[in-house]
Design a protein around this ligand. Structure first.
Ligand code: GRF
Length: 207
């Protein structure tokens, strides 16, 4: 994807506390970062992620699955809401829903997601808990370009995080999130500034 606009326009999707969103907002405050968050979308109300966007003066929208008669209708409405902000990149940062075919088709190759595990291990909603239960000594986070699977898309970046003997899920997830935020900021910035290509699942920076 050649970089055509500067700064690149990011729409960020959230479902929770939004610390990854905050890391992006903080990075975008520096014009040399090369990207700006133009809107924040969510699948639920009353979350800190939306409050963070409000405090930053960034427009928000909420599309709840339950507001629509089918999952496809929700997907279509979510895609419309995102498209209205003309994003160059859609960043799913703790967004706890899988988007559908319509959404994927409209932003193909331009949606990234951050997952709190080292793909292809431990996909799905419980990455830190699953890693802990398995007994791995190292886990981490993965930034990938979203495809039709669950955490299966081409990998942009990964960061390793040690598992400590006395970790519980929350402690491990918090340690992962520190590394995850840094990985997200670094690599979304590079995607925005340098562009990127995907060939045979290999994501490379540069036009
Ligand atoms: C992150 O670890 C993300 O990968 C996972 O949920 C967490 C969201 O954290 N899906 P936050 O909302 O950005 O604080």
């Amino acid at each position: 994807m050649p970089t055509t606009r500067s700064p690149q326009r990011l729409v960020v999707l959230v479902s929770g506390s939004g610390t990854n969103l905050q890391a992006l907002l903080d990075a975008c405050a520096d014009p040399s970062y090369g990207a700006t968050v133009v809107a924040v979308g969510a699948d639920r109300d009353g979350i800190e992620g939306l409050a963070r966007a409000d405090r930053a003066g960034i427009p928000t929208f909420v599309r709840k699955v339950g507001q629509f008669s089918s999952r496809d209708d929700w997907d279509h409405a979510l895609a419309d809401s995102v498209a209205a902000f003309e994003p160059d990149l859609v960043v799913s940062a703790g967004f706890m829903k899988l988007v559908g075919e319509d959404f994927l088709g409209r932003f193909a190759g331009r949606i990234v997601n951050t997952h709190p595990a080292l793909s292809p291990s431990f996909p799905g909603m419980h990455g830190p808990a699953d890693a802990l239960a398995y007994g791995v000594k190292v886990t981490g986070a993965t930034l990938f370009v979203v495809d039709g699977g669950v955490d299966t898309g081409p990998i942009v970046a990964q960061v390793a995080v040690p598992v400590e003997d006395d970790d519980d899920t929350e402690e491990l997830h918090e340690r992962i999130k520190v590394a995850e935020r840094q990985m997200l900021v670094e690599n979304v910035g590079r995607m925005a500034r340098e562009g990127f290509t995907i060939t045979d699942r290999k994501v490379r920076f540069g036009a």
